[in-house]
Ligand binder design. Sequence first.
Ligand SMILES: Cc1cc2nc3c(=O)[nH]c(=O)nc-3n(C[C@H](O)[C@H](O)[C@H](O)COP(=O)(O)OP(=O)(O)OC[C@H]3O[C@@H](n4cnc5c(N)ncnc54)[C@H](O)[C@@H]3O)c2cc1C
Length: 456
Amino acid sequence: MDNTSTYDVIVMGGGPAGSAVATILAREGRSVVLFEKEKFPRHHIGESLMTDTYWTFERMGILEKLRQSPFVRKYSVQFANPGGKESRPFYFFEANHHESAVTWQVTRELFDQLLIDHAEEQGVAVHQGVPVKQVLFDGRRAVGVEAKMADGSLRTFNARVIIDATGQSAMLSNKFGWRIRDPKLKKAVLYSYFKGAHREPDLNGGATLVLRTPPGSGGWFWYIPLENDVTSVGIVADPDYLVKGRGQDLAKIFQEEIDKCESCRRRVEHATRVDKIYSILDYSYRSKQCAGEGFILIGDAYGFLDPIYSSGVLLAMKMAELAADSIHDAFKHDDFSPERLGQFQTKLDKGIESMRKLVYAFYSDGFSFSKFLQKYPEQRVNIINLLIGNVFKDGIDEIYGPLSEFAYIPPSLYEEIPQLDAVSSNVDDSSQPNGNRALSAKYTCYDDALVQESHE
Ligand SMILES: Cc1cc2nc3c(=O)[nH]c(=O)nc-3n(C[C@H](O)[C@H](O)[C@H](O)COP(=O)(O)OP(=O)(O)OC[C@H]3O[C@@H](n4cnc5c(N)ncnc54)[C@H](O)[C@@H]3O)c2cc1C
């Protein structure tokens, strides 16, 4: 084992955000150690990528491995209304004529393993099965971490920068009480996997489908084709509708919902469910700050946005790149202040807000992309740019004026609600309130094994 305990950068968490930032920094000359509490492979949700992840994959030097992977290729997204009427597919190549207009649908066990192995290959000291128990501070400055090693001993590691990529555990934003919850975006999720479900031929076979459930449910099904003829199918809906008062039998609830959604039902009627029912209660949230003295938050540890457009991994990747750039800048100026490390927050938040507005549009009563595009056909390219993940594009905001005629477009999260979670002074990971898990004892958050099985 590598016995070094002082590095340029410590990364906590080996999901897409952690592996990406660690890889980029190591390839660009920094010494990096990464701690992941699980031993991979491990289950995780978040399978449909957005095409703009391409540019981060390129910087990580992992594109060729993805091209060689068994992952299904994704060319488009398609929506169906509650009556089952389907939109024309939104092909990404309508707005982008580069190879990057095609991306992948990924089984996260394999994808996250590929990323963390790649990080190690690129020079990152990777420790799997090793949780960080606490971040060590000298006054307000983060100076290191205490990790629980495989033999059970606690060991201290030091670095100039600590990156929190712990996903929804959000170790540091919980510690500082920085987490702001989105007032409306609270959903319950049930999902599982099917073999032999319907697949369209050719390009459309790899599409992500968003199939709306009947009015009043506030919900939709995702339908994501994976390799080996497996399809990921999940329903996202208002908790009061989906789970409240419906008992413990999640498989029964899931089947009832499939039966109510014609466009989902006909696709899985001859398929076999090959996994248990997983459940999540998810809350969209963001941290008030993305950096402090000597530390940065990225990925879900910074913020989580409703999964309707599959933006989670894309935002994690973008944050990894922005954080890597600001860390290089901090070393150059020997300045690890929150201002320098968090210099990207304004740009980042603008991008997240663009996506958030489109999320709110989707959940607005009676909203449909087809109706919107009938009146404003010239906005199709802006919709596709958002579905691609091109959220930092100049001028992307011009869509929201026309869109506000059809949907509620919210002010920014910080303007809307200055409410913060309670401040915790304890950073011991085992005692951290998890933002989503804390909502209910019954439905837990997935990165702490949200794996609630149905009572079958
Ligand atoms: C229902 C649902 C559907 C979704 N669908 C999509 C989708 O289709 N496409 C998409 O792009 N995104 C989707 N997402 C979002 C996506 O799952 C996340 O945004 C993405 O995984 C974030 O990556 P991350 O690296 O920040 O966090 P994670 O992937 O959660 O990784 C965090 C890692 O940190 C580790 N960790 C935690 N605490 C510690 C500690 N103390 N010490 C060491 N390690 C620690 C965890 O074990 C974990 O491996 C979905 C989310 C939900 C809830």
